[in-house]
Structures are given as C-alpha cells and as structure tokens.
Design a protein around this ligand. Structure first.
Ligand SMILES: [Zn+2]
Length: 250
C-alpha cells in the first residue's frame, strides 16, 4: 500500500506491521495511519526526577498547604497528543490516548523544540501508544469540513511525571509537565485560602457594624475613637492567630 509523505509527497510503501518509520526520500519521521501519514515528534524532557518534589512543594505552597509532604513515587512517561494546525492559524490539541487526567488537554505547548521522532531516542522510556484515532477526532471536530479547516496534523509525545505524594494521612496524585516543570493536574487537600477569604469577609462586615454602633452609643468623639482603636487591635490579633491556624491541615 502506498501512502504519501506529508513533508515531501514521496509515496511510501507501508507494511502493516510497522506504523512508525522515516520517509525513505526526505527522512521526515512519520507515523502511519490507515490511509495517511502524519509527521511524528517528541519533546525532550528538561525536568530531572530529583527536582520533582521541589515542584510539588511549590505548588502546595501556592495553595497555602504547608504541612510536610512526601513524594512516594514519580514516574516519567510520554503521553501522545494530536496537534491539529488550522487554516485560521489556530492550533488544537487533542488527547492521543485515554487517560483519567483530562487536564492533559490543557497542557501548554512545550516551550522546547519539537524533535523528530526516532525510536532510539526514547529507548527505555515509557511511551504510551496513540490509542485514540486521529480520524475519529477529525470527524468529531470538523466532520465534512476537515479539508477546509485543517492544514496538517502531527503526533507529538509529551513527557510528564505521574507523581504520588502523601500529605497528612492521605495520598494524592499529580501530573507534572516534564518540559515546563509545572504541575498541570493534581488533587490535594482543600486549599484553605478560599475559605479564609470568605471568613475574612464576614469578620470585616462584623467589625464595620461594631465600629458603627460604638460610634452611636459611646458619648464623646474621642472616647469612641479610643475604644474603636482597642477593638480593632484585639480583632487584628485574633484574626492573624486564627488565620495562621487555618493555613494548616489538621
Ligand atoms: Zn518525505
């Protein structure tokens, strides 16, 4: 069966066994689908495994989760994505395999260079095969209009770490982008910062009401000012103590 190289147009003879090999004419790395070939790429990971706990720590810190945590496992794998280049200049990314981490779709396009895929570069790595077919994605996305909207598609393998960590008594998991060095998906204990904001709002409302009544009830402007100052000071002490306690998970 002959399939055209998307880079140079040379027709490739494809055996049913192999689905990934370079164009015999221009050398482009190709991935063969049933009736077409797409260019085949990967991104080189830059985040070393020993730096993963630091990334998790920073992410938890941003959520104000400051309890000690420990990374139990971090495993690198290459996740397949279909990159769809549109005629209007847009780029769509679609998951290339089923995954419980749907957030992978929002993975930023890695900043590094796309490397032409050569199997030997990924020797010994875990590479998830593209289990979601490109034609089913194109059908869903564009239907009859595929040719009108799409310039080309590429298969890209993106390196990520699957991290399992414990915090307190519980175990959580996260996905870290191994090019950008950022957590792109993950679960964690509820962040205290949201409930803090709400709590703070109630307290401020209560305080304003208190000051208002003090102003009404206490005779003499200076007395009211003095007592108001004391109330505000006590409130500030109480608040800072209480909020710092809330920053920790029990
Ligand atoms: Zn070619």
């Amino acid at each position: 069966m002959g399939i055209e190289c998307p880079q140079c147009g040379a027709v490739q003879e494809v055996s049913a066994k192999e689905n990934s090999f370079p164009c015999s004419f221009c050398g482009a790395s190709l991935y063969f689908l049933i009736d077409q070939a797409v260019q085949h790429f990967w991104f080189r990971p830059t985040l070393k495994k020993h730096l993963v706990p630091g990334i998790i720590g920073k992410w938890l810190d941003e959520k104000e989760l400051r309890n000690p945590f420990s990374v139990l496992k971090s495993e690198k794998f290459f996740f397949p994505m279909w990159f769809l280049y549109l005629k209007d200049g847009g780029l769509l990314k679609e998951l290339g395999a089923p995954t419980p981490f749907l957030e992978l779709k929002d993975l930023p396009t890695p900043r590094g260079d796309m490397q032409a895929y050569r199997p030997e570069d990924l020797d010994g790595e875990t590479v998830i095969p593209p289990g979601i077919r490109l034609d089913s994605i194109l059908d869903r996305r564009f239907g009859e209009q595929t040719a009108a909207r799409l310039i080309k598609a590429r298969l890209c393998h993106i390196p990520v770490y699957h991290v399992v960590y414990s915090l307190g008594e519980q175990t959580f998991s996260a996905i870290v982008d191994a090019v950008q060095g950022e957590v792109i998906a993950g679960d964690s204990p509820k962040s205290p910062s949201k409930s803090k904001d709400k709590f703070y709002g109630y307290i401020m409302f209560g305080a304003m009401a208190l000051f208002f009544f003090q102003g009404l009830l206490i005779p003499g402007f200076l007395n009211a000012l003095f007592l108001g100052g004391i109330s505000a000071g006590v409130l500030a002490l109480f608040l800072s103590d209480w909020l710092s306690k809330r920053g920790r998970v029990q």
